[in-house]
Every structure is written in C-alpha cells, then in structure tokens.
Design a protein around this ligand. Sequence first.
Ligand code: FAD
Ligand code: SIN
Length: 538
Amino acid sequence: MPSHDVLIVGSGAAGLTAALVLAERCRVLVLAKGALDGGSTAWAQGGIAAVLDEGDTFDDHIRDTMVAGAGLNRRETVEFVVENAPEAIRRLADLGVPFNAESGALHLTREGGHSHRRIVHVDDATGWAVQQALIAAAKAHPNITLRPDMVAIDLVTDRHRADHRAGHSGDQSGSGRVWGVYALDTASGRVECFAARATILATGGAGRTYLFSTAPRGATGDGIAMAWRAGCRVSNMEFMQFHPTCLYNLEVKNFLITEAVRGEGGHLKLPPGVPGGGERFMPRFDPREELAPRDIVARAIDHEIKRLGLDYVHLDISHKDPDFVRGHFPNIYERLLGLGIDMTKEPIPVVPAQHYTCGGVLIDLAGRTDLDGLYAVGECSESGLHGANRLASNSLLECFVFGDAAANDILARWDVFPAPPALRPWDESRVSDSDEEVVIKQNWTELRRFMWNYVGIVRTNKRLERAAHRIKLLKGEVNDYYGNFRVTADLIELRNLLQTAELIVKSARARRESRGLHFNEDYPQTQPAARDTVLVPG
Ligand code: FAD
Ligand code: SIN
C-alpha cells in the first residue's frame, strides 16, 4: 500500500497548484489518468481573468462575475477569488509562464461579460503554457511524485479499513473519513490502493457526458461521481456551460474558437443563402451583442440554427487587419489554415458545444468537502464562484486560488490528519474479462447522444424525463458489468459518466425555473426565490 502524506487526483491547473504548495512541507503523490497534460487545462485558449489594469477594479470584476452567474454566486467566494487573482498571476509569472506583454505591462484581452480588458494570456494557447510550466516545476520538486496512466476508481474510506466488518458496497454513503483511492494502473491492469492523510480531488469536469464538447476525452466527471458515491453533496449540476463558438467541422469535432475572437471584434453572422444571410444577428438578441455572456450568445445561436434549419453560423473577423488577426490568434489561424479556412479572408463556421461544468462537489472556501480528509478543487468542485453561469476566464483562476487555499488549509490543520490505518486491498474476485467491450462503447455513444438532444441548451420536462428513464436502464446494465468483470478504463469512465448524467438530470428536474445556463421551456421564467440545487446522497 504506497503511502504519501497527501494524495492528489489530477495534474491540471488545480491539482498541480496544490501540489507545489504542499510539497514545501510534505510528500505529495499526484495521479493522472492519462498523460500529465491530458486534462482541459492544456486546451485553454483565452486566458485568465484578473484586475491588473489601472481603470479596472475588484468591484467591477465581482459585479461582472455575479451578473453572469444570474444571482446564484456566493459573494464571499467571488470576492475571495477576484481579490486573490493578481497574486495568482504573479506566481505563474514567477514559474516562467510567458504571458504576452506590451510596453512593459501585461497585455490584456477582452471576453464576453467582462466590462474591462482583464484577460492575461499567452497568445491563444494560454492553457498549454500554464500546464507545461506547472509540470516542469512539479517534476523538478523532490517531494512530488507524478504517476500518469493511473485511473482512480473510488475513494477509500472507513468502510475499506481492514478492521471494518461490512463487505465492499457500491453505495458508500455515510462512509466516514477518506483515506485515499483505489486506482487502476492501465499499463499493468492491476488495481492499487493509495493511502494518504489527506486526499484532494482535482479531476476536472464532465463535458464528455455530451456528444459535442470542447473538453478532452477524459472529462468524464470521475471526481464528482467518486465523491457522490462516498457521501459528498453535489450542487448545481444542471448548469452545464455551452461555449458559443466551437468549430463546425465533420472531422475535427472539438476545436474551440476562443471568445477572444469576439472580444477583439469578431462578428456572428448568418451564413449566405438564408433570409438575412451575411448579416449579424446578436444585436437582435442582446444590447451587448457578441459580448453578451455565454449563455445568451449560445442560446441565440441555437435559436437561429433551429429557426433556419442551419448546420452552423459564421464567426467573422476578416474585416480586421490580417496581421492583427495572425498576431493575436496564431494557433487558431494555423489550425484553421490546415483545414482550408483562412480566417483573415473568410468567416469560420461555428456551433455551440458543451464547454464547462459549473456544478460539482460542494466545497467551502478552503476546498473542504463534506467528508473528513477529502478536498475538491477546480472544475470538479462547486465553490460558489460561478453560480448559474461561469464568466469567461474565471475558471483557470478558480483552480489557482482554490488549489492554493486547499493546500494551505491542509498545512495549517496538519495535526487533525491522522496516519492512514491498514486498508483492504482491491477486491480481485472479478477476474474474468468481458467479451462484450463493444457494449460499453455503444452505451457511451447512446448516453452522449441523448444527453445532447434532451439535456442540452434548451430543455423541457418531457425530454428530461426521457433522459432520466434511459439513464436508469443504462445504469442497471453498467452496474451489472461493473460487478462481474475486471475493471477497464472505459468501464470506469462510463460508470462515472452515467452517475454524472444522473446528477445533471436530477438537478435539472429539481429546478422549476429558467436561469443562467438552465433553460426549460416549461418554466421559462426566473423565480427570484430559487436557490442552489444541492443533492444529498442517499
Ligand atoms: P483538468 O485540467 O481538466 O485536469 C483534470 C486532471 O484530472 C487530469 O490530470 C486528469 O488526468 C485527471 N483525472 C481525471 N479523472 C481521473 C481519474 N479517474 N483518475 C486519475 N486522474 C484523473 N478556462 C479559463 O479560465 N480560461 C480559458 O481560456 C479556458 N479555455 C478553455 C478552452 C477549452 C477548449 C476548454 C475545454 C476549457 C477551457 N477553460 C478555460 C476551462 C478550464 O480550462 C478548465 O476549467 C480548467 O483547466 C480545469 O482545470 P482542472 O485542474 O480542474 O482540471
Ligand atoms: C475561450 O477562450 O473562449 C474560453 C475561455 C473560457 O472558457 O473561460
């Protein structure tokens, strides 16, 4: 039973930020389920929001965040994150992240919902630069052990103590303290038990619950599902964010076109050949036009696509100077050119796609969950920052601020974290391999398709009910598999996707209003008294 002081599941912005702080005083083990840079962090384009401009203020950043969040943000969280943002940027710069600068100051770009230029960035590939800097620092630290290709399956709790009487159970609610995780080594096929005094979930979002998502393949809600099964409350899962502008391309299905393209003057237009073809449509929907918050822009595009029977709309920045476009968006420019689209001369076909999971494991300002010894940070958590809709570029920021907060809380309270007891090894009785792997793939596709169709940008009671019914059937099938066959990475992910989908649908059905990212045609009005949707296990 490999034992470290602190175990972190996830090597993205949130996990590695926590690791670097903790490693100053203890030994840290970081697990990642594929490559260390396989999470969403490496894909982030636009940048990180922070008040750095003289004309900008914390109050303005707080207000913009809360306007986007449609009344559900927790103000103390918003203040905490916004006020810690400049310091987070300074630490990243110290790590060597080469933020764009102009005349001796950081260059700030603009995105929807922000009343000021406030986004620090590294060209149009900010996440890549941040992820590489964090990995380099973690690799160089003698107190950090990095283990890629390890898929965490479930949290290890008091129920898994060697001296606990009951057997292994799928439903672990009320399971007491957390001592670590069981994780599958995908190279050897063996399941190991990793124990630690404290465990941090930093597993990212659940975007791959949907057919079209900008998130990478591993965004399967693993941390949210694991925490729920262990007995943590999960909140606001109905608020799935759809980014307005994902490239429409039949082969490349998840390439994001950053919001900064609209921030720097890009226009959304109807494609030629339909009434109003070639014209901008956002002015008809919102006075902030292309720079309205994401939920509004995504719903407007969805509306126009359905109204006119389109496959996509156009995002056009070809009216700007070609050098300006190439200079600001070098990676997007190159990628599109490779697909035969010259964005300096022609519009880009775009559609909305799932992008961010606003809900997650309920945490407090220190990243603590409901279970002793367990923290959650980053996209897998629900801290109160985003409310009903995340403001662009606030999410990497949340990872840095909460990664730091959780690590400092663990260090400050070190005495309350006992050494782990003897724990049961993984139950190896499920030794046979399934001969129907294809069923797992089919179930995955079926789930993602009906979530897209029934639980997407516009919902109805009937569609939600249909989705709930299908999830129940698939869950039965997959639990049967899980109970009988040797676990594989695909099976673990499908089990978690189904759990997450169930939480999304349950939350969506519980919300009898429309607000932020959740729009239900049967309840189109916002109910001022409605609050967070908090699901309690069991
Ligand atoms: P991730 O970076 O997703 O990392 C998750 C980690 O958990 C990975 O290491 C993964 O391997 C590991 N993991 C998951 N499950 C398991 C398991 N079962 N076992 C072991 N390890 C596991 N936000 C912004 O603020 N600004 C932007 O410009 C921006 N652009 C974006 C562009 C794209 C295309 C996408 C998809 C997102 C963007 N976001 C942006 C959102 C932001 O990138 C993410 O919210 C953020 O990076 C999440 O970081 P994280 O550390 O929580 O998780
Ligand atoms: C983008 O670059 O448009 C993404 C920014 C974000 O998701 O915060």
